[in-house]
Write a protein that binds this ligand. Structure first.
Ligand SMILES: Nc1ncnc2c1ncn2[C@@H]1O[C@H](COP(=O)(O)OP(=O)(O)OP(=O)(O)O)[C@@H](O)[C@H]1O
Ligand SMILES: [Mg+2]
Length: 610
């Protein structure tokens, strides 16, 4: 219930939808009842089942009678009037006209109320989808590692859709059908209290039986959405890694994995179908049972001595009663749908409620500028159990270039991730000008940093937009200047559309080196005081690397940089070279100092034959 209300709360402000909806729906119900209620008087007046005296009594509006019976009496008056003045066939025409008009009005109001629900649904889903997306983008990087991505995408597509077709559509049913049932029941009571009391016993019995069936559906719904998440994940991975799949003749392999998952999904769906589809025939059958019983009991009342019920009234009664069964059925159907929708809603709220692991401290201050020094003090870090970094002590003075070198997996990228707080240190502190970065506002911290990551990440947009990423007001001259420094200008101009060339998904239309140069241009464009370059030139040929390196050196002169490189030639001129191994700093110094030491660095340079 809480989950349901929370979903509905996305439709706020309610007054935009609900009052109109309730009004329209009520009108629709009333006019549809009028249609059915006309049957009895029509029979009575046309087929003359009553003596004129009896009829006269029925057409009299007596004091203190209920509104319903007064309306009925007035209608009788009118019908008798028409019959006496114009004849019986006119009564038929008259009644048919009333039926036509009320049917028209009933459908018109149904339409209007459905449109309002449609509006509400679109609005609600729009807000919900945006909310999940915003919640997801605010989460820490670690959240998206591993299997999570496909799962999140699946939640944002399938689960949101599930909510749309089940929960939100149920609003219609949840108000309208009970209202219909109540209005019809009032009518039924007015016709025969005895019969109605009798039938009322059947409703709870029926409802309990049906709800037993749907109760078991919820868990299966969770399983099916999870399976769908894995399917999306697999598709994402496979279509992204098509080259490798072809190269390793792995089509059959991934097809098998895919089929295994879709088979699992099929199994779950089938089992859901068995239970889901049971509700409708089940209730239909029970409905007929009730009607049959009604015929027996009602027929006895008609035939019996006490004459508790007229034949026409029983006829109308059964027709109206069978109409009550329909809303009761769609209500039960909708309740089983809601179970599925709620499972989806809970998955969505898991993302919305997920707390980002890396957040601003309570009294976080913005970083006004960087003037002096970045310090790592006994920094340790671990992803899970095994430590990735241990006892890192490092000082980077403003204007310096510090290079991180060392074997693969030594923890260089991890160390670089700590500075913009993509991860938080497990032990120790990192300070900027003496202020721990944990007490600095994250946005302002990252604002001071330009980052070229180990993998170039481009978005499916134009080159210009990728360079001026998240800067909608960037000037094209600035973009070109940045591209020139990154040695990218030339190749960009060689494309037909130049800076307006679309790079394809994840930049797939560009070469690795081109992607890298765009990433560098992006960091340059941001013009930050601190640069973090993780293997920024690794994908370039020696000549472009030299060009880009020269440009970067110029750029780094006025800045503070943390540079990670495997090719030691690119970091020879760094102010300090830090050699890392197995998460620890093993050597520190300038190129010549380290060569003189004849330690790890010396061995490494030797192997790269410098
Ligand atoms: N998201 C992660 N979860 C768990 N462990 C991780 C994660 N990312 C990296 N690691 C582990 O942390 C260690 C250091 O990884 P890191 O990426 O920092 O190495 P690196 O020095 O940058 O290596 P390379 O030169 O190959 O880029 C590795 O042993 C790696 O297995
Ligand atoms: Mg790395």
């Amino acid at each position: 219930m809480k989950t349901y209300l929370r979903i509905l709360s996305f439709a706020k402000p309610y007054h935009r939808y609900f009052p109109q909806y309730v009004l329209f729906a009520l009108f629709a119900i009333l006019f549809s009842l009028v249609n059915l209620a006309l049957i009895e008087p029509l029979f009575t007046v046309i087929f003359e089942t009553k003596t004129p005296e009896e009829l006269g009594a029925m057409a009299k509006v007596s004091e203190g009678s209920s509104t319903l019976s007064s309306i009925k009496a007035l209608f009788y008056q009118k019908l008798i009037d028409v019959r006496d003045t114009y004849g019986k066939s006119s009564v038929l025409i008259y009644v048919s006209l009333v039926v036509a008009i009320s049917a028209f009005l009933s459908n018109l109001f149904t339409y209007l109320s459905n449109v309002i629900i449609g509006y509400m649904r679109s609005d609600l889903i729009n807000k919900l989808r945006n909310k999940v997306f915003h919640s997801a983008t605010r989460l820490h990087l670690g959240f998206f590692a591993g299997e999570r991505k496909g799962d999140i995408i699946s939640r944002m597509t399938n689960d949101v859709q599930e909510i749309e077709v089940t929960l939100v559509s149920s609003v219609k049913v949840l108000f309208r059908e009970p209202a219909t049932i109540i209005v019809y029941l009032v009518f039924l009571f007015a016709t025969s209290v005895e019969l109605t009391l009798f039938t009322l016993v059947f409703f709870p019995v029926m409802a309990t039986l049906i709800s037993e069936v749907v109760k078991r559906l919820k868990k299966k719904a969770v399983l099916s959405q999870e399976s769908l998440g894995r399917i999306v994940n697999l598709m994402d991975e496979v279509f992204g890694g098509m080259r490798i799949i072809k190269a390793f003749n792995a089509s059959n392999y991934v097809n098998d994995i895919f089929e295994e998952e879709t088979h699992r999904y099929k199994k779950i769906s089938m089992s859901m179908a068995r239970k889901n589809e049971l509700a409708s025939p089940f209730s239909q059958f029970l409905g007929i049972l009730v009607v049959a019983t009604l015929l027996v009991v009602g027929g006895k009342l008609v035939l019996g001595e006490s004459a508790g019920l007229e034949a026409e009234a029983l006829f109308t009664y059964i027709i109206v009663f069978s109409q009550v069964l329909n809303p009761a059925k769609s209500l039960s159907q909708s309740i089983s749908n809601i179970q599925r929708g709620l499972a989806s809603a809970e998955r969505i709220f898991k993302i919305i409620d997920e707390k980002p692991a890396i957040t601003n401290a309570e009294n976080a201050k913005p970083l006004k500028g960087f003037t002096h020094e970045i310090r790592f003090e006994s920094v340790g870090f671990q992803y899970d159990k095994t430590p990735v970094l241990e006892d890192i002590n490092l000082s980077i003075t403003k204007g310096q270039t510090v290079a991180l070198v060392g074997s693969s997996g030594a923890g260089k990228s991890t160390l670089a991730d700590l500075l913009p707080r993509f991860q938080d240190v497990t032990t120790g502190t990192i300070t900027i000008d003496g202020v721990p970065i944990k007490s600095i506002d994250i946005t302002s911290l990252r604002h001071h940093m330009g980052i070229v990551a180990q993998e170039s990440i481009l978005f499916n947009d134009t080159i210009a937009k990728n360079i001026a990423f998240a800067m909608p007001n960037a000037k094209i001259e600035d973009i070109i200047a940045a591209a020139k420094i990154a040695n990218a200008h030339e190749f960009i101009l060689s494309f037909e559309d130049g800076y307006d060339t679309f790079v394809g998904e994840r930049g797939s239309k560009l070469s690795g080196g081109q992607r890298q140069r765009i990433s560098i241009a992006r960091a340059i464009m941001k013009n930050p005081p601190i640069l973090i370059l993780d293997e920024a030139t690794s994908a370039l040929d020696t000549e472009s690397e030299k060009l880009v390196q020269d440009a970067l050196s110029k750029l780094m002169k006025s800045r503070t940089s943390l540079v990670i490189a495997h090719r030691l030639s690119t970091v020879q001129h760094a102010d300090c070279i830090v050699v890392m191994d197995k998460g620890q700093i093993v050597e520190k110094g300038t190129h010549s100092e380290l060569i003189g030491k004849k330690g790890v660095y010396h061995k490494l340079t030797h192997m790269q034959s410098l």
